[in-house]
Design a protein around this ligand. Sequence first.
Ligand SMILES: Cc1cc2nc3c(=O)[nH]c(=O)nc-3n(C[C@H](O)[C@H](O)[C@H](O)COP(=O)(O)O)c2cc1C
Length: 327
Amino acid sequence: MNTFWHNLPTPFTVLAPMDGVTDMVFRQIVTQIGKPDVLFTEFTSCDGLMSEGRKRVEQNLLFEPNEQPIVAQIWGANPKNFYETAKHIKKLGFSGIDINMGCPHRPVVKNGSCSALIKNQPLAAEIIKATKEGADGLPVSVKTRIGFETENIDEWIGFLLKQNLAALTVHLRTVAELSKVPAHWELMPKILEMRKKYAPETVIIGNGDITCLKEINEKYKKYGCEGFMIGQGVFANPWIFDNSREKADITVEERFEILLRHINLYEKTWGKKKNYANLKKFCKAYINNFPDASRYREKIMEVKSLAELREEVIKLSHVTQCHPDQA
Ligand SMILES: Cc1cc2nc3c(=O)[nH]c(=O)nc-3n(C[C@H](O)[C@H](O)[C@H](O)COP(=O)(O)O)c2cc1C
């Protein structure tokens, strides 16, 4: 196999798909301040893309060329819609397609999608086959967990490794564990042994609890998987993928400047298509790690519109510049 996955540096970094978080705006900010080696879109419904409401769903698939290599993550339970969606994604110019087989949310599991596929191997195999056919040479990968109720890598990861995937991301928790227990990195050596046996060409990405690049180097030495995916860590520190900087190096001024950049790009990209209130959760990502940060965030949380939010952020950034001791 010779796909973009096979031509990345090792170890490589991946921005995790996060619904409601990793839209094009946040990915643009991350790309500008510290770009990971691979980016994923939020998960996107194949059924939604094939429905009358496709325009709204398609917003998830917006990206800029500077985000490449970027992978579109899709979910559903209907192989025909995976086939059509994969054809569409290829036309849009993505570098790869990833199938979500790990999301634990009840509504998607109830409809037989995402992590429900861990319990339905025949449908999982059909979906992978249909996606590959539609992808027409674009690399197809899967993101999953280590089992449903209990760890089941022998059967489930073994099954996936036999599907000739370009890459496989393993979030090292069961579905039942949600994010409530530490990720089981101790299982990675066994997964890599299985890869050697069943699918030497499938690139393996580990995921769960990574909070800085230093940890990646340690885990790479200890476990040896090629890729490391970071989700919530980027929310705690959006500069996480910049290996030249520590969290403590980011000045208060820069934090406000990047938040303002995010707000302006959000307005330019989404206008009224998305609620301004989504932006509030990003305030925590940028405005932290300095004295009194929580007091500044509280002020930001009180705003009632995007215009007010921008005004408040500008005002607070001036206060911190004039009175750095307050920051
Ligand atoms: C808000 C949020 C949204 C998520 N959305 C997705 C998603 O769309 N697709 C997916 O495969 N995983 C999704 N995840 C799971 C993450 O990609 C990742 O597997 C998980 O957070 C564990 O990694 P971490 O410990 O680095 O955060 C989401 C997680 C969070 C917190």
